[in-house]
Design a binder for this molecule. Structure first.
Ligand code: CP
Length: 304
């Protein structure tokens, strides 16, 4: 399995066998998270858009393996604020780091970065496009909670139009004979280009506006935030921002194996009364991000 020096820009950049290799490595890191295998390596985290989980879990992952960290969490403190192009920033940071993890508000920014970088680029989210490392930790969380990735019913709820985590996850789960239950307001339906992947794999999807209808069919209920920052007109956001709010009482007819996932952050879409139910898995999901990102860094640096 050759992942050394590979970029991870879209989840489609890795094969199904490569997903499994990363998931296996992640399991090893969960069992033994601390080592010095990345001692002497430098990991750069360049975040042009806010983040808590992705940036900090990448930094935690790197630190647990002994790597040094450089980067910024606010591009207004970088030379971007002086007008430097993304390409020049990436060329420069390539001189200082062995791998670059970057988030950017523009779709395609990570691909552009990979065209000019001399070290591997990991896309930590580019606009409404892709979030492949979130996808890998979602796969890990699904596998851990269901014991398999095959033949599951996955309900995806909320902002399916702009939700980059949803786009990556649908693409990956098309490899596992998934039945998709797509729950969204009419204005936030899954884009046709993503639905094409489902059709190409001859899989089934159902579309709903009613959340309850989908919950009882689901093995995984993947809630997402309606993302204020993706709307050009704030009034459009106001109309749909609270379209779906999952409450504990809504889980009473769910399958016994149901788990609720959410890439987080949440705003109102999961009531806090769900947090202590056996179905809630979103904070463990965030924790799984550390092990999966250790696996990705180690594999791409050729350490594992
Ligand atoms: N899941 C996720 O991408 O969270 P952050 O925006 O906090 O990184």
């Amino acid at each position: 399995m050759i992942l050394k020096n590979r970029n991870l820009i879209s989840i489609a950049d890795f094969s199904k066998d490569e997903y499994h290799h990363i998931l296996k490595l992640a399991e090893g890191f969960e069992n033994q998270p601390v080592s010095d295998i990345a001692k002497g390596k430098v990991v750069a985290t360049l975040f042009f858009e806010p983040s808590t989980r992705t940036r900090l879990s990448f930094e935690s992952a790197a630190a647990r393996m002994g790597a040094a960290l450089i980067g910024f969490s606010d591009a207004s403190n970088s030379s971007t604020a002086k007008g430097e192009s993304l390409a020049d920033t990436i060329r420069t940071v390539s001189c200082y780091a062995d791998i670059i993890v970057m988030r950017h508000p523009l779709e395609g920014a990570a691909r552009l970065a990979s065209d000019v970088a001399t070290v591997p680029i990991i896309n930590a989210g580019d606009g409404a496009n892709q979030h492949p490392t979130q996808c890998m930790l979602d796969l890990y969380s699904i596998l851990k909670t269901q014991g398999t990735l095959d033949n599951l019913n996955i309900a995806l709820v909320g902002d399916l139009k702009y939700g980059r985590t949803v786009h990556s996850l649908v693409e990956a789960m098309c490899n596992y004979n998934t039945t998709f239950h797509l729950v969204s307001p009419l204005s936030l339906k899954l884009p046709s280009v993503v639905k094409m992947h489902i059709k190409e794999h001859q899989l089934v999807y159902h579309q709903y506006t009613d959340l309850l209808e989908a919950i009882e069919k689901a093995d995984i209920l993947y809630m997402t935030r309606v993302q204020r920052e993706r709307f050009l007109d704030i009034q459009d956001y106001e109309k749909v921002k609270n379209a779906y709010i999952l409450e504990k009482s809504m889980l009473k007819n769910s399958k016994p194996n149901l788990k609720v996932l959410h890439p987080l952050p949440r705003v109102n879409e999961i009531s806090t009364d769900v947090d202590n139910t056996p179905q809630a898995y979103y904070f463990q999901q965030a924790q799984n991000g550390v092990y999966v990102r250790q696996a990705l860094i180690a594999a791409i640096l050729g350490l594992k």
